[in-house]
Write a protein that binds this ligand. Structure first.
Ligand SMILES: [Zn+2]
Length: 356
């Protein structure tokens, strides 16, 4: 089944206020900025890496699998050295998100990927934090930082990172904790200690984890049980278990779904194979996100358009999806009220359009 992206549908989805909850800042490094920062920091790439922006773009469109992507992703990371580099990376994303009418973003970063290269985590966090503030001033968007732990590293290394960065959580500069990188076989319960450490100290922090992307539905249940998360990143394999589906609806656990990423990493062949309609029917809140947009061929609006092409949600249903995204966000109630009103205005403006 395929639905038309008429000019009215495109206009509606462009104007619909959005929240993004699943975005890795390091995954927004476009080839143009990559080569600029490599030059600024005198970084040389290995022989096998593309030599210019154009060939880099071509190569990024042809990843064979997760590992192939990660090999390029970690080379990308190597050009990020100074506070200014991290600022430039984040502000470029916030500007793009703003153009797509993404009004609130909660964005991931991976400190361990920088610490192991000898980068001071202060430069990482301060660069990103300055970009969050400037984006608010320049674009009126609100933004929160979520620190992710790399689950392919030893749990002890993760706990050390949490302890090292605890002051940023205390000061409210970093708002959430997440868990990313290779899901299987790195089970959620390995990281309980890291989550508990922050949960005991700072109850205001938000908790999430990648689960149910390559791992089966048990990774989702275990993240809820052992890590006490209130959100699940991806979570698409939750549909394998009815009991879990009921629980997600009842506890209003937001799933941050990344449709184009799932296709690029060959989790599914096309977006229509994702259980997005099932989640909607079962009243499981979800948001639509871009994951690593520089590598996966699209930012948030591209993902909305692709979901529409396959599922053809009505204007009212899209309004409900947008409002669920707002409710599941970690901004304050006043901001949520403001965003919800904006969604209702846009739904009203476009309520006449036909979905064909
Ligand atoms: Zn992700």
């Amino acid at each position: 089944m395929s639905y038309q992206l008429t000019s009215e549908v495109k206009q509606f989805l462009q104007e619909l206020p959005k929240c993004e909850h699943h975005l890795h800042l390091e995954g927004t490094l476009e080839p143009e900025l990559l080569f600029k920062l490599a030059k600024r920091n005198n970084i040389e790439f290995p022989q096998w890496f593309p030599k210019d922006i154009e060939s880099c773009n071509v190569r990024y469109s042809q990843f064979k699998d997760l590992q192939d992507f990660l090999d390029h992703y970690y080379i990308g990371m190597s050009v990020l050295i100074t506070e200014e580099d991290f600022y430039d990376l984040a502000i470029a994303y916030f500007e793009k998100a703003h153009k797509d009418n993404c009004h609130h973003s909660e964005v991931f970063f991976d400190p361990q990927g920088h610490l192991e290269r000898g980068i001071d985590v202060k430069h990482v966090v301060e660069g990103f934090n300055r970009a969050c503030k400037d984006a608010n001033t320049k674009f009126g968007t609100t933004n929160k930082l979520i620190m992710c732990l790399l689950r392919h590293l030893p749990p002890k290394d993760c706990l050390d990172t949490v302890k090292l960065t605890a002051p940023f959580f205390e000061q409210g500069i970093v708002h959430g904790l997440g868990l990313d990188s290779s899901e299987v076989p790195n089970h959620p319960e390995l990281f309980t200690e890291s989550y508990e450490y922050l949960q005991n100290k700072y109850p205001h922090v938000g908790f999430t984890a990648h689960a149910g992307e390559e791992g089966d539905h048990t990774y989702v249940s275990k993240s809820l049980d052992h890590l006490n998360v209130t959100r699940i990143d991806h979570g698409i394999n939750s549909h394998q278990n009815d009991e879990l589906m009921e629980r997600l609806a009842k506890e209003e656990i937001l799933l941050s779904i990344c449709p184009l990423s799932n296709v690029k990493l060959q989790v599914v062949e096309h977006v229509g194979q994702l259980p997005i309609d099932k989640f909607f029917e079962k009243n499981i809140p979800f948001s639509i996100n871009s994951d690593d947009p520089a590598y996966f061929g699209g930012y948030i609006l591209d993902n909305y358009l692709e979901v529409h092409r396959h599922f053809g949600f009505s204007v009212e249903d899209w309004g409900k999806i947008a409002i669920n995204g707002i409710k599941g966000s970690w901004c304050d109630d006043a901001r949520k009220d403001h965003l919800q009103k904006q969604v209702l205005d846009i739904v009203k403006k476009f309520q006449h359009i036909e979905i064909v």
